[in-house]
Design a binder for this molecule. Structure first.
Ligand code: PMP
Length: 428
């Protein structure tokens, strides 16, 4: 495939945008080469500036559950835009999407909309601190909760890809309030709590980790966290930016049967527009301004275009709950096909999958936490990534990311993908 125009655009971009991108992982630094510039996308496909068609397994990092440019979402945005794009005043549609979200997700009474997953997680932690009147938080190595200061401590996703899981610019004071635990290691969490009794406001976790590749929670792990939180007056925050409205109507809480105290959402809840949200029981949410003392605000929060897109998306997911089964079946089909191709070619690997999230780790051992995720063979991943790209398949340009399956993918697309893996595996 030819990527001439993408490369030329990247050269221009680098003159005026740091690294040529507005979010680091897009720059292909982890895999080498120049990034692909997208011209448009429809359904399961991306069309780049060189005229190539790629089957997309990133899907804007998750939200395109129904595919790109999904007609009801596009129509809702266009109709809304004709009536004004931002008011900074209340609109009825905010209540409509809030009612729908609250009805779909277990254990939440109220929700507040923000503009990104980062904002959602940052605000959730502030709320947890304000509610419990404690300062420290526990996060897990390899989990990513956006780029707010408190979370850039052993963060996953782009942060680890670029070798800065602990970013300069985060003060020591902030860093010391974030306690770091090992994913899937309940004993470690217990130890941290015992050494910081009465000091921990919340445990924030991706209930299914997606930012060190996909790592599902071990049996009993989330239940164990729930019990620890209950006995120590700690709030459990589920970061459902990736899992929300994707693993089930009610997200990971529903699929895994564990309740969180605060839940955060990202891009899905805006149908791919810039939206995030955090939600909890009324008793917790009522601590937010203007009802309570915990301050949180945003000019563009509840923006009408984003709310229209989100409402169109959630309505469809709500009415059509067999989508989640269908997505899981497609993902299982892909898993089996990829595994067969890799085994036949003697490629050491581990595939993690849950619902419509899947990742291929080129690792010898099971991948259950950040340590085991980093033992994967990056050289093999790089070759795999470029091989897939040359065969028209676009996966995330880093070994520390998850593939997101969209309902727009047909079984023919999945077969094309599996055939590409078969071809690429012979070169690894
Ligand atoms: N939490 C999780 C689990 C994420 O995966 C991400 C980003 N992919 C974020 C938070 C941050 O979201 P955003 O990029 O919208 O700020």
């Amino acid at each position: 495939m030819i990527y001439q125009r993408s490369s030329a655009l990247f050269t221009e971009a680098q003159k005026v945008i740091p690294g040529g991108v507005n979010s680091p992982v897009r720059a292909f630094k982890a895999v080498g080469g120049d990034p692909i510039f997208v011209k448009e996308a429809k359904g399961a496909y991306l069309y780049d500036e060189d005229g190539n068609r790629l089957i997309d397994y990133i899907n804007s990092w998750g939200p395109m559950i129904l595919g790109h440019a999904h007609p009801p979402v596009v129509e809702a945005v266009v109709e809304k835009a004709k009536k004004g794009t931002s008011f900074g005043m209340p609109t009825e549609i905010e209540t409509q999407i809030a009612e729908l979200a609250v009805s779909m997700v277990p254990n939440i009474d109220k929700i507040r909309f923000v503009n990104s997953g980062t904002e959602a997680c940052m605000s959730a932690v502030r709320l947890a601190r304000g509610y419990t009147q404690k300062d420290k938080i526990i996060k897990f190595a390899g989990c990513y909760h956006g780029h707010s200061d408190s979370f850039l401590i052993q963060a996953g996703s782009g942060a680890v890809t670029f070798g800065s899981p602990n970013s300069p610019g985060v003060t020591k004071g902030t860093a010391q309030d974030t306690l770091l635990a090992k994913y899937n290691d309940l004993e470690h969490v217990k130890d941290i709590i015992s050494s910081n009794l009465e000091e921990i406001a919340c445990i924030i976790i991706e209930p299914v980790a997606g930012n060190m590749g996909c790592i599902p929670p071990a049996k009993g792990f989330l239940e164990g966290l729930r019990a620890l939180c209950d006995s120590h007056n700690i709030l459990l925050v589920f970061d459902e930016v990736m899992t929300g409205f994707r693993l089930a109507k009610g997200g990971a809480q529903e699929l895994l049967g564990v309740n969180a105290d605060i839940v955060t959402f990202g891009k899905v809840i805006g149908g791919g527009l810039p939206v995030g949200a955090f939600a909890a029981r009324a008793e917790i949410m009522n601590h937010l301004a203007p009802l309570g003392p915990v301050y949180q605000a945003g000019t563009l929060s509840g923006n009408p275009l984003a709310m229209a897109a989100g409402l169109a998306m959630l309505k469809e997911l709500n009415q059509n709950s067999q989508i989640f089964d269908s997505l899981a079946k497609k993902t299982e089909y892909l898993h089996k096909g990829i595994a067969k191709a890799l085994v036949e070619n003697n490629i050491t690997h581990t595939i993690n999958r849950i619902g419509s999230m899947i990742s291929v780790h080129f690792a010898e051992t099971n991948v259950v936490d950040f340590d085991t995720a980093t033992h994967g063979n990056n050289e093999t991943f790089k070759k795999f990534f470029h091989g897939m790209l040359n065969n028209g398949i676009y996966i995330a340009p880093s070994a520390y990311e998850t593939w997101f399956i969209t309902e727009a993918l047909t079984y023919e697309d999945l077969d094309t993908t599996i055939n590409a893996v078969q071809k690429v595996a012979q070169t690894l």
